[in-house]
Design a protein around this ligand. Structure first.
Ligand code: NAI
Ligand code: MG
Length: 378
C-alpha cells in the first residue's frame, strides 16, 4: 500500500471540468491512495469573487503533494467582462497560471509528445510514411521572454546606449514608438532546467538530449544557455547530446521527428516547439504537461477551456489522463503510471471508442470508462 497523498483537484473552467471529471473515473478505479481536495481557480471564480486565484486556493495548495489542473478561461485586459468585474470588485485581473508558476517556482515544464499506434491523427510525412515520435521537451518556465519586464517606450536609462541611437537613427523611431520586452536569463535558471533534462535522459535511459537555442544571434542569453549546457553535459557521459538553432529544429521536426528524444529549451522557444510537437502527435487532445519545482508539481492538459464545447461531454479526455499519468510518475507511482499508459495505448490502438477529434462519436465519459476498464483488467 502506498502512502496517503493529498492531491489538489482544480477543474477550472469550460472543458477543464469535463476532462477532470473523466480523469476522476479512472482515478476512482485505481488504488491511488489519496485525499482529493477540490480548489477554485479560473474565470468563473473571478466572476463570483473578483479573484481568479483565491488566497484559500494558494493556502490549500501548500498543504498538497501535487495539483491536478484542468484549464481556465482567460481574457485580455480590454475585454468588457474583465473590465466590468474589475470595476465591481476594485481588482485587477492577473493570470492565475503565471502566478502559480511564480508562487511555487514551477521552473520545469515537461511535455511529452508521443505517437500512438493506430491514432488516425498521427503525422504523415511528405513521402506518406508515419514516423513513431517519442519526444519529451523540458521548457524553462519562469524566466526568458516571459519575465514580465517590459517597457512601453524607450526609457532614459536605456536611451544612453549607443545601439539605441543607431537604431533610432536608422528607423526614425521616436522614444514612444519603441517597446521593449526583456529576455532575462539567470545562470541558475538555465542550469536547473538543463540539468533536469540530462538527468531525465539518464534515468529513463533515453540517453539523448537536444539543446535548442539561437546562440549565434541572441548571444548574451542563449550564449550563456549553450555554455551552461556544455558544462552540464560533461557530468552525463552516457548521454549523447547536440545543440541546434530553433529555426533548424522547426524544420527537422517536420522532416525527421523520430530522431529526437529529449529536448531542452528556453521559455518561449520551448512553448513553440511543444505546440509543433503536439500537432505531430495528435493535437491538443493528447498534449499533457508537468510543471514542477523541486518539491511541488502542477499537472495539466495543454489545451484551454474550449468554451464552445464546455459541458457537452464531447472533448478528448486523453490529454487530461496523460497529465494524471505524469503526476503519478512524478510522485513515484510508476506502476500506476505504466498501467494507465498501457490502457491509453490499447484504447487508441483498438480505435473503437474515440471522441470527435479522432473521427469518433463517443463521449468524454465513454472514453474514460473504456480506459478505466482496460486499466483494471490489465
Ligand atoms: P483551447 O485549447 O481551449 O481550444 C482550441 C480548440 O482546440 C478547441 O476549440 C477544440 O477544437 C480543440 N480542443 C482543445 N482541447 C481539446 C480536447 N481535449 N479534445 C478535442 N479537441 C480539443 O484554446 P482557445 O480556444 O484558444 O482558448 C479558449 C480559452 O482557453 C481562452 O480563454 C484561453 O485563454 C484559454 N486557455 C487556457 C489554457 C490553460 O488553462 N492552460 C491554455 C490555452 C488557452
Ligand atoms: Mg502554448
Amino acid at each position: 500500500m502506498t502512502r496517503k497523498y493529498k492531491i489538489a483537484f482544480m477543474p477550472g473552467d469550460g472543458i477543464g471540468v469535463d476532462v477532470l471529471a473523466a480523469a476522476k473515473v479512472v482515478l476512482d478505479v485505481s488504488d491511488f491512495n489519496a485525499e482529493i481536495i477540490p480548489l477554485d481557480i479560473g474565470f468563473t471564480i473571478f466572476e463570483k469573487e473578483g479573484e481568479p486565484l483565491p488566497e484559500r486556493t494558494i493556502e490549500g495548495l501548500k498543504e498538497c503533494d501535487a495539483a491536478f489542473f484542468g484549464a481556465i478561461t482567460s481574457k485580455p485586459r480590454t475585454d468588457p467582462d474583465v473590465q466590468r468585474i474589475e470595476r465591481k470588485y476594485g481588482t485587477i485581473y492577473r493570470s492565475p497560471i503565471v502566478r502559480l508558476r511564480q508562487i511555487f517556482d514551477l521552473y520545469s515544464n515537461m511535455r511529452p509528445s508521443k505517437s500512438y499506434e493506430g491514432n488516425p491523427l498521427n503525422f504523415r510525412k511528405i513521402d506518406g510514411s508515419i514516423p513513431m515520435i517519442d519526444i519529451v521537451t523540458f521548457r524553462e518556465n519562469t524566466e526568458g521572454l516571459y519575465s514580465g519586464i517590459e517597457f512601453d517606450s524607450l526609457i532614459p536609462e536605456l536611451k544612453v546606449l549607443p545601439k539605441f541611437k543607431e537604431f533610432q537613427h536608422r528607423t526614425g523611431a521616436e522614444d514612444s514608438d519603441i517597446r521593449i520586452s526583456c529576455r532575462v536569463f539567470t545562470r541558475n535558471g538555465c542550469e536547473r532546467i538543463i540539468r533536469k533534462a540530462f538527468e531525465y535522459a539518464e534515468i529513463t535511459k533515453r540517453n539523448k538530449v537536444t539543446v535548442v537555442h539561437k546562440a549565434n544571434v541572441i548571444r548574451a542569453t542563449d550564449g550563456m544557455f549553450l555554455e551552461i549546457a556544455k558544462k552540464v553535459a560533461e557530468e552525463y557521459p552516457e548521454v549523447k547530446w547536440w545543440d541546434e538553432n530553433i529555426d533548424a529544429t522547426a524544420m527537422w521536426l517536420m522532416k525527421r521527428p523520430e530522431e529526437y528524444s529529449v529536448i531542452v529549451s528556453t521559455n518561449m522557444f520551448g512553448d513553440i516547439i511543444t505546440d509543433q510537437a503536439a500537432m505531430l502527435t495528435g493535437g491538443l487532445g493528447f498534449a499533457a504537461s508537468a510543471s514542477t519545482s523541486n518539491d511541488f508539481g502542477v499537472f495539466e492538459p495543454n489545451h484551454g477551456s474550449a468554451p464552445k464545447y464546455a459541458g457537452q461531454n464531447k472533448v478528448n479526455p486523453i490529454a487530461a489522463l496523460k497529465s494524471m499519468g505524469l503526476m503519478w510518475e512524478w510522485l513515484g507511482e510508476t506502476e500506476l503510471a505504466d498501467k494507465l499508459e498501457m490502457a491509453i495505448s490499447q484504447n487508441i490502438k483498438e480505435g473503437k471508442i474515440k471522441t470527435y477529434d479522432m473521427g469518433g462519436t463517443s463521449s468524454t465519459t465513454d472514453v474514460a470508462k473504456d480506459i478505466a476498464q482496460k486499466f483494471t483488467t490489465d
